[in-house]
Design a protein around this ligand. Sequence first.
Ligand code: SF4
Length: 238
Amino acid sequence: MELQISPLGQSEVINEETPTDRFIAWTLERFASQRMIMTSSFGMEGCALIDMYARHGQPVTVVYLDTMFFFPETYKLRDRLVQRYPHIEFVNRGTTLTPEEQARLHGDELWKHNPTLCCKLRKVDPMFPVMAEADVWVTGLRRGQSSTRANLRLIDWDWQYQVLKISPLVKWDRKQIWEYVKQNDVPYNELHERGYPTVGCTHCTTPVEGVAPGEYSRAGRWAGTEKTECGLHGGAGI
Ligand code: SF4
């Protein structure tokens, strides 16, 4: 995708060759009058992206969906990010369905017998009202994260949530993310140093042996099942 749009009145080509920092500045200019929301599950990529946007000094809203099954280390990281980036607004739009109510309605340990429904209730469905209030959705997704993300575009249309979806880190690899995080002293989840390349819910995330923080693997997510994605990023591209 290539766009020749400049909010400054000059012709500027925006495409995948545009340096990430310039691309981020462009998104802030281009969509200044629109409702732009970044979402994050506080993965390493999301933390790096929050830092990249924060550097521009403009208010940005970061929405996260607290599933009520986060690791204590993830809440700790959230608090460190809030402290580090005071002009970024962090908003929890997670489900109000308590684990007890979920168990009453759908049975104990739903994540074991129907993780797709559990993710729908705790992630996919709560995102609809968030995206209904957004025109532009900024994510920290990368193509290299999984085969289902291999065709991700820098700017895309998300059919599931009906918003413009922007992924500035689409071409980055995990090593680059790790270097950025270290060089810029970006807060990250301490679990990455304890064998967790990615961090989701406690019930569905396990450490992956031999994977360093600068390496990526989704093998620890829903391990032992066919499931690889929670369903938030299920929309097909155009
Ligand atoms: S990751 Fe696991 S516990 Fe979390 S919402 Fe999905 S199935 Fe439920």
